[in-house]
Design a protein around this ligand. Structure first.
Ligand code: ATP
Length: 241
């Protein structure tokens, strides 16, 4: 695998917090056309990895490259080709869902703002709420809005931290289909999740994180993923003790 092939590339990426927790020496690639899922228990380091991938945090050691550029020096034109939802959706509460999406589309230089927004509203089944102010939306619909903003410009790299958390089953299906379409069109998709079943349906590659380290891979088509997951996590925790 060449470096240029990865839309997201981490090498020995390390970010530690006071007390020593964080992410320790993680190597990771996300290739165009794949959905790569990160799974791990609470506190395993998933969000820290997502923040490194989106420039919200800087690595203390190692490297993080997005679309071939070091994260620290990536220009706005690079970030315009990334779509991310990490932590809270960046949504203006006083604006309607549609206005929020129009703003995001303009910032990313969309040629057809109205068409872009209409398409994603339909894709994520948000049409009914398009003209409601964002602060009045339910938690799940606000999350759909954040996802719509992350996906509407068909980014080359998608980074979503626990994207199904607040979604109802319809939202989970709509998101899964949207991500499959993006990957089929050549996007590189990174998602984190606690839900092994959901990840198995969506991902082409699954990396297990435990205590800030990448400790192995699960086969999305494998049987009894839960057992394999816990075996991997327990072995890593025992080895570290
Ligand atoms: N700002 C911080 N200061 C100190 N420690 C932190 C900070 N942020 C995260 N940590 C610690 O770093 C470790 C990894 O946290 P992180 O949020 O990346 O895990 P996670 O896998 O996303 O967890 P969850 O599934 O609960 O969201 C945890 O032990 C956490 O307590």
């Amino acid at each position: 695998m060449t470096a240029a092939a990865s839309a997201l590339r981490l090498r020995r990426a390390t970010r530690t917090y006071r007390g020593g927790a964080g992410l320790h020496g993680v190597d990771l690639d996300v290739l165009p056309g794949e959905v790569h899922a990160i799974v791990g228990l609470n506190g395993a380091g998933k969000s820290t990895l997502m923040k490194l991938a989106t420039g919200m945090l800087r690595a203390h050691k190692g490297t993080v490259e997005v679309l071939g550029c070091a994260v620290a020096s990536a220009r706005p034109s690079v970030w315009a080709r990334v779509g991310a939802l990490v932590e809270h959706p960046l949504v203006y509460g006083e604006l309607t869902g549609r206005a929020n999406l129009e703003l995001a589309a303009v910032l990313r230089g969309a040629a057809d703002v109205a068409g872009t927004v209409d398409a994603v509203l339909e894709e994520l089944d948000l049409d009914r709420y398009a003209d409601v102010r964002a602060r009045r939306l339910s938690l799940g619909n606000r999350q759909r809005l954040g996802l719509a903003s992350a996906l509407q410009h068909h980014p080359a790299l998608v980074v979503l931290d626990e994207p199904t958390n607040a979604l109802d089953p319809g939202g989970v299906i709509a998101l899964r289909e949207a991500l499959r379409r993006r990957a089929a069109a050549g996007a590189a998709v990174l998602v984190s999740s606690h839900h092994l079943d959901e990840v198995a349906r969506l991902a082409s590659r699954i990396t297990v994180l435990a205590e800030g380290r990448a400790v192995g891979a699960l086969d999305p088509a494998g049987v009894d993923l839960e057992r394999a997951f816990f075996a991997m996590v327990h072995a890593a925790t025992r080895d570290a003790a």
